[in-house]
Design a protein around this ligand. Structure first.
Ligand code: G3I
Length: 302
């Protein structure tokens, strides 16, 4: 196959990209995105600050721009993200305790109702664990509502849209040797044992020189899958865009039956949240980079 999406579909997987609402008027951007990808994640438009700027007043204008573009072009959509310490609107940042817990539930219900039955996977909870060697939860206003906030979010989400796969999504959880990885693993194992509804784990996979790709990535993906959840590579970008590293990531996903697909975090290097690292598959002129060919070849089994 000659595009990333079609090549991934040969094994029943998707190949997606983060799409920015503000770039949908750029025809070079949309023509690459439409040609190459068969899954879409809104880079910012479905986040809490974008969708509920005032408490109880939902605004889906940018979210629907991205969603409708995706669906009209035959792509599936990953929802990102419902409960997160970051990009909370001001009103939510100032809440605490039971009031915040209820606001979290109301937010999940409001957004999931709007897209009910139309989102393949939702990142229900994003980045809830601390960096470093502690294996602890990240401190946040949500965490201070009680350690059960994550399972509360997943239970709320299951009731709101029983058809969506419900994911936990994080970064620096890809290296099997890291405490953060093991802490998320223990949480997922506990959720499965106690019947807390969780269907998938997203590995953001923002690789850079400080947290590079490790050859135990496949072990990580397979170990989580063995707990009885799907896995997905949700925000892939690689500092310098090494073709070898990109191919390794693709081959690791292909080696794990329960790896649903891969999403890169942007289209061209100039669209990236860290453009100075030129981490993506297309350069600023929309040309395919060597990493693009490495990914396509790997997806095609060449
Ligand atoms: O749209 C406004 C614009 O109107 C304003 O003038 C400008 C001035 O700051 O800000 C613009 O918003 C920015 C937005 O990106 C759109 O460009 C925000 O400030 C900026 O904070 C926001 O950054 C996003 C970041 O999440 C916020 O946390 C990045 O685009 C986005 O790529 C990044 O994505 C995250 C994932 O959601 C979670 N995992 C990590 C990943 C990378 O940080």
């Amino acid at each position: 196959e000659s595009t990333l999406g079609a090549a991934a579909a040969q094994s029943g997987r998707y190949f997606g990209a983060a799409i920015a609402a503000g770039r949908l008027g750029d025809s070079q951007y949309t023509s690459i995105a439409n040609r190459e990808f068969n899954s879409v994640t809104a880079e910012n438009a479905m986040k809490i600050d974008a969708t509920e700027p005032q408490r109880g007043q939902f605004n889906f204008s940018n979210a629907d721009r991205v969603f409708n573009w995706a669906v009209q072009n035959g792509k599936q959509v990953r929802g990102h993200t419902l409960a997160w310490h970051s990009q909370q609107p001001g009103w939510m940042q100032s809440l605490s305790g039971g009031d915040l817990r209820q606001a979290m539930r109301d937010h999940i219900n409001g957004v999931m109702a709007h897209y009910k039955g139309r989102i393949a996977e939702w990142d229900v909870v994003n980045e809830a664990f601390a960096d470093g060697g502690s294996g602890a939860r990240r401190d946040s206003n949500l965490q201070r509502t009680g350690n059960d906030w994550i399972e509360d979010a997943f239970r709320t989400a299951r009731a709101a849209d029983p058809d969506a796969k419900l994911c936990y999504n994080d970064y620096n959880t890809d290296n099997w040797d890291w405490a953060k990885t093991q802490a998320v693993y223990a949480m997922v194992r506990d959720f499965k044992q106690r019947g807390v509804p969780i269907d998938c784990v997203g590995f953001q996979s923002h690789f850079n020189n400080n947290s590079p790709y490790n050859s135990n990535y496949r072990t990580t993906l397979q170990s989580f899958a063995d707990l009885g959840v799907d896995v997905a590579i949700t925000e892939l970008d690689i500092q310098g865009a090494s073709p070898t590293t990109y191919a390794n990531v693709v081959n690791d996903c292909l080696a794990v039956d329960r790896c649903l697909g891969i999403t890169v975090w942007g289209v061209r290097d100039t669209d990236s949240w860290r453009s100075e690292q030129t981490p993506l598959l297309f350069d600023g002129n929309g040309n395919k980079k060597p990493a693009y060919n490495a990914v396509l070849d790997a997806l095609n089994g060449d």
